[in-house]
Design a protein around this ligand. Structure first.
Ligand code: ADP
Ligand code: MG
Length: 301
């Protein structure tokens, strides 16, 4: 191997918006045949917006404002794109935000805290809330209706101090797909790499995004440790796996993949776990990095 060829490769990479950790990753790019892509923040912009709010208490604006205000107070301490959207919507709605203490974040599930009267409150993925308490039919029905539209839904619940939670509302959110994602998927396919969408989000929301960018294989509703398991499963089947992600919940899978690519717009944890950083957060940099790396290898050999 000539160090000069490597430098040319990485220099060009920098111009393409790709940072390569070390030359040893070049070899992995040659055999990659599947690219596992995270959804939120990787294929989509991660700029979510609240599209609908439903309250168990009643179908009126006051009830909905109460749900948003409580969820917003909880989400203030979270960095998740869902949290940012809920906080923004709560501020617009202008309801009085209760004080929340004992904030806790469960990556890939949701967040929880405590109100001044001692009641526990939580907002997160519907299944996570259901595991911790009761979900009245009116809430379950709202989740099903909203998910059928391809929206991402989170459920808000509250309980007594130490007691089980009861779901009291649903918030639906939508995310914008990055303009460049569809082209990026086509470029991966042209390189002989099968794209797979891997997400913690629900099936219907995942399917909507996959269809829009041309991905056939979807693995949805996955927990953070499930992301690693999916990468390992593919590797056990003899596949050479590239993983692209941005979140705390993607870090372990990025480290496990044969080639980990982090969105430069994502979390530091994801960047540290990866071999390559796509500085501009443009998914097209993924196929381009692989193509450049393969060309660089040909120069060296
Ligand atoms: P993705 O794989 O699409 O990046 P995540 O693993 O970050 O998604 O999140 C999976 C699911 O966990 C979300 O769809 C949501 O239901 C729930 N969740 C995670 N973080 C939060 C949060 N801060 N507030 C509410 N729900 C959350
Ligand atoms: Mg993500």
């Amino acid at each position: 191997a000539t160090p000069t060829a490597l430098l040319v490769g990485t220099g060009r990479g920098a111009r393409l918006g790709i940072l390569i950790k070390g030359p040893e990753i070049l070899e992995a790019t040659r055999r990659v045949d599947v690219a596992v892509l995270d959804k939120t923040g990787t294929i989509t912009a991660g700029r979510m917006a609240v599209t609908e709010v439903a309250a168990a208490r009643g179908d009126d604006d006051a009830a909905r404002a109460e749900v948003l205000a409580l969820a917003g107070a909880l989400e203030r301490s979270s960095e998740h794109p869902i949290a940012r959207a809920v906080v923004a919507a709560a501020e617009t709605a202008g309801g009085a935000a209760p004080e929340v203490t004992d904030f806790d974040s469960a990556a890939g599930f949701g967040v929880s805290g405590r109100l001044t009267d001692g009641a526990r409150v939580a907002v997160g993925r519907p299944g996570w809330i259901a595991e911790q308490g009761e979900v009245p039919a009116v809430v379950g029905d709202a989740v099903a209706r909203l998910e059928a539209t391809g929206a991402t839904t989170v459920v808000l619940a509250r309980g007594d101090a130490g007691g089980a939670l009861t779901a009291i509302g649903v918030i639906a959110l939508a995310d914008e797909i990055k303009e460049t994602s569809r082209e990026a998927v086509a470029e991966l396919v042209a390189l002989g790499i099968e794209p797979v969408l891997l997400t913690g989000d629900q099936e219907a929301a995942a399917r909507t995004v996959a269809d829009a960018v041309g991905i056939e294989r979807v693995v949805a509703g996955v927990l953070p440790e499930g992301k690693v398991a999916e990468v390992e499963r593919l590797q056990a089947a003899g596949r050479v796996v590239a993983m692209v992600g941005d979140g705390v919940n993607d870090a372990a899978a990025l480290a496990q993949a044969d080639l980990g690519l982090a969105m430069g717009t994502g979390t530091d944890v994801a960047i540290e776990a990866s071999d390559l950083t796509l500085v501009r957060g443009d998914l097209r940099s993924a196929p381009r990095a692989i193509a450049l790396s393969r060309r660089t290898l040909r120069v060296i050999k």
